[in-house]
Design a protein around this ligand. Structure first.
Ligand SMILES: C[S@@+](CC[C@H](N)C(=O)[O-])C[C@H]1O[C@@H](n2cnc3c(N)ncnc32)[C@H](O)[C@@H]1O
Length: 203
């Protein structure tokens, strides 16, 4: 695949394109580019998450972890105008695209940021993610622990992971860490996992 989509500064020469995001409630054309995940079409896992995941999110702040060019962040923001959607990615080109796509879609409630630029006191009522499985298991576990620790006690993380990319072992591992894990839906091998923080006062 050449240089990975999760480089901080993709080396791939820019080659702009667009992705059509057609959902029952929204029809958006988003800008994409080379060096960014799923640069030419809406990823089927993301499509599954947006169609079969919760349609509304609680007020407050929610996180799109690994926003890419922004399909999840922009859709959540348009569906929930009173919620602030933090769109976080290590990939600078992806962040630029996400910010542009949010502005073009009128999603003024999207805040695009590098991971270390999210203020430390922000807590999330929900986390949505098509997580970067390809960074490797150890890095993925570290990433999830870092951000799941910022979920409100009654918050939920919604993750989409394909079974061939280890959704079931990831669900098991999260359970072993004390998280509550439920499978909300399964579609064409994509599992939607709802992950809740360990119950307060339990080890
Ligand atoms: C599977 S892609 C999903 C992108 C986008 N949400 C979508 O649905 O098309 C995962 C994203 O996570 C980003 N990523 C990788 N490592 C990360 C990290 N440590 N912190 C935040 N984002 C990261 C990648 O750059 C990539 O854009």
């Amino acid at each position: 695949m050449g240089q990975q989509y999760f480089a901080a500064r993709p080396e791939a020469r820019s080659g702009p394109g667009t992705v059509r995001v057609r959902l029952p409630d929204l029809d958006l054309e988003l800008a994409t580019d080379r060096g960014v995940f799923a640069g030419r079409r809406l990823d089927p896992g993301t499509d599954t998450l947006l169609r079969r995941g919760e349609q509304s999110v609680p007020d407050g702040a929610v996180l799109d972890l690994g926003c890419g060019y922004g399909p999840i962040a922009v859709v959540l923001a348009r569906r929930n105008p009173d919620t602030v959607v933090w769109a976080v990615d290590v990939n600078e080109r992806a962040r630029d695209l996400c910010a542009r796509n949010a502005a073009a879609a009128g999603a003024t409630n999207v805040r695009t940021a590098a991971p270390d630029d999210v203020p430390a006191d922000v807590r999330f009522t929900a986390i949505w993610s098509n997580p970067p499985i390809r960074i490797g298991k150890a890095a993925l576990h570290e990433l999830l622990l870092r951000w799941l620790a910022r979920l409100e006690q009654d918050g939920t993380a919604h993750l989409v992971v394909h079974k061939h990319l280890g959704s079931d072992s990831l669900a098991r591992w999260l359970g072993e860490q004390g998280f509550g894990v439920a499978r909300r839906a399964s579609h064409q091998g994509y599992r939607l996992l709802d992950v809740r923080p360990p119950a307060a006062g339990h080890d």
